[in-house]
Write a protein that binds this ligand. Structure first.
Ligand code: ZN
Ligand code: ZN
Length: 411
């Protein structure tokens, strides 16, 4: 049997989203409702009741891991998600281009996102290949807009160091400092500080930045890093459960988490990790990939982006597009006699709050081994009455369990 696990990031909402309805409840979703009619609903606390999830920790938990035991920080998933080689001992960061100016106190922050730079990232990435700090091998890759990932490789490094992003425009960049008194933290913070200064020296006079300034744009003239992490020790899902999986995701973070759990990455043209992602192409990729794997994990990010932007119309429209471009295709094309589907979010991102909240998320299971609920729509309130009840994390192991993959605990 085959499994399909779909996560819409930040899917859940609150009655304050749209006049008493959540975006999911307000959205016209005939295909999701048809699946709900054929399946069972419940509410999942992505990590546990009362724990406000980050996307990375929530994904680890939904995939079957205990994030309190295995999570080391976000940076490593960003690096893995960019396709970088990450080895034990490496320290990884989320990195981003920012705009700064020299001042007597240090580099003063003008913009944390370099004016949301939208082109020229390759030129910046090329220039930063010159980064060189004694005792460290540095690799930086640009991803979308101002974002990127940075890996530092060297002897005796530590992830227990602070970030360089002051988060407040007009203040000077922070010097990275050890956050714990552990071996290697001083050395690693020192490398990061040298790297930061060097990135400014490399980038400030780049033709791209001269052009940007001449055009009245902010220069992308420094690299900020945060989320220091080393490679977590994760037994692969295949080694624990036996099933071979693949991931379809536009966002580097999600690809990175899934790859850290042992899934293979399936690139999809037009998968952007945003509201404009090509959902049809992802649906086609799920069907293709299922032929070669026991399960497919597909991540969609648009719902969370709209939630952070406090844009109910966009969130509702993205849910409706998932319905007509993904779930319609799955209903029509999947062999439902031998396939199970689980659909949920990794947390709620309500419109009014504009960030992740502790509320549980509706979850839907469909397949030949799932007992049917009376519910005929998919939304927060009806999921609260569903037969699956309310549980914490582990949606993928549950899905694979329905596909008869679960190993027995005890004899
Ligand atoms: Zn998320
Ligand atoms: Zn989010």
């Amino acid at each position: 049997m085959k499994g399909i696990f779909v996560i819409a990031d930040g899917l859940g909402g609150r009655p304050t989203d749209l006049n008493g309805n959540t975006c999911l409840e307000a959205a016209e979703t005939p295909y999701l409702d048809a699946l709900a009619t054929r399946g069972a609903l419940g509410l999942v606390d992505p990590i546990g009741p009362g724990i406000r999830p980050g996307s990375d920790t929530a994904h680890l938990s939904l995939l079957g891991y205990d994030p309190f035991k295995v999570y080391t920080g976000r940076g490593v998933f960003e690096c893995l998600g960019m396709g970088m080689d990450v080895q034990a001992g490496d320290i990884c960061f989320r990195a981003n281009f920012a705009s700064v100016e020299s001042s007597a106190e240090g580099l003063r922050l003008l913009d944390r996102r370099a004016g949301r730079i939208s082109e020229g990232q390759n030129e910046l990435e090329d220039a930063l290949r010159a980064l060189s700090v004694p005792g460290a091998e540095i690799e930086f890759l640009a991803s979308t807009q101002h974002r990127g990932a940075l890996r530092i490789r060297g002897e005796g490094l530590s992830r227990f160091i602070g970030e360089t992003d002051p988060h407040e425009v007009g203040t000077v960049l922070l010097a990275s400092r050890p956050t714990q008194d552990v071996p290697g933290a001083d050395k690693t913070a020192d490398i990061v500080n040298q790297m930061t200064q060097q990135s400014f020296e490399i980038l400030r006079d780049l033709p791209l930045n001269k052009k940007r300034v001449a055009a009245g744009q902010l220069p992308a003239n420094v690299l900020l890093v945060r989320g220091a992490a080393n490679c977590p020790v994760l037994p692969s899902i295949e080694s624990v459960i036996g099933a071979r999986g693949a991931v379809i995701a536009g966002g580097a973070l999600y690809r990175g988490v899934a790859e850290a759990c042992g899934m293979d990455y399936i690139p999809v043209q037009g998968a952007t990790g945003g509201l404009d992602t090509n959902i049809k192409a992802k649906a086609a990729a799920i069907l293709r990939t299922l032929e070669d794997y026991d399960y497919v994990f597909c991540h969609l990010k648009g719902t969370d982006n709209a939630g952070h932007d406090k844009n109910a119309a966009d969130k509702k429209a993205f849910i409706e597009r998932m319905d007509s471009e993904l779930f319609k295709v799955l209903i029509e094309r999947v062999d439902w006699g031998r396939t199970h589907l689980a659909f949920t979010g990794d947390h709620c991102t309500p419109i009014d709050y504009g960030d992740h909240t502790v509320d549980p998320v509706p979850v839907l299971f469909v397949g030949p081994n799932i007992p049917r609920d009376p519910g005929t729509t998919f939304g927060e309130r009806v999921a609260g009455q569903g037969g699956l009840g309310r549980f914490s994390g582990r949606v993928l192991p549950m899905l694979l369990g329905y596909c008869n993959w679960a190993p027995k605990f005890g004899s």
